[in-house]
Design a protein around this ligand. Structure first.
Ligand code: HEC
Length: 106
């Protein structure tokens, strides 16, 4: 009986540890589509990024932006150069990729 409870606790703990790691991987995977403009580190330092006036995700304005704003911009696009992803990504993928962008801001 105690053994059973211990095993259940271990399985539960494994699920808790595995879940966020999985979410991060999928967000990171989706982010590969964004790297050419935003840069792998999100700092938008490439010549192309500068030409397109992509802001670093560490810019104060980007640090202040809400998740809702990032989700809206990714879904519907922004300005003339930031593409809309509503037909390419699911809303769950957009949420995950925004969560991944948050990790780049740390
Ligand atoms: C073709 C280049 C390009 C690609 C690819 C691209 N972006 Fe952008 N992104 C931009 C530009 C340019 C801006 C700045 C737009 C502006 O402020 O006018 C921007 C801005 C943003 C912003 C800030 C929007 C805001 O509200 O200020 C977010 C969030 C963002 N991009 C997310 C993404 C995500 C997520 C992906 C990949 C799924 C992606 N971008 C792919 C060019 C790109």
């Amino acid at each position: 009986m105690t053994q059973g409870i211990k095993a259940a606790a271990v399985i539960l703990m494994a699920a808790f540890i595995a879940a966020p790691a999985f979410a991060q991987t999928s967000g990171a995977d989706t982010y590969k589509k964004c790297v050419m403009c935003h840069g792998a580190d999100g700092l938008a330092t490439s010549t192309m990024a500068k030409n397109m006036k992509v802001l670093s995700f560490k810019d104060p304005a980007m640090l202040k932006a809400t998740d809702a704003q990032f989700i809206a911009s990714t879904t519907n696009g922004k300005g003339t150069k930031m593409p809309a992803y509503k037909d390419k990504l699911t809303s769950a993928q957009i949420k995950d990729v925004v969560a991944y962008i948050r990790t780049l801001q740390k």
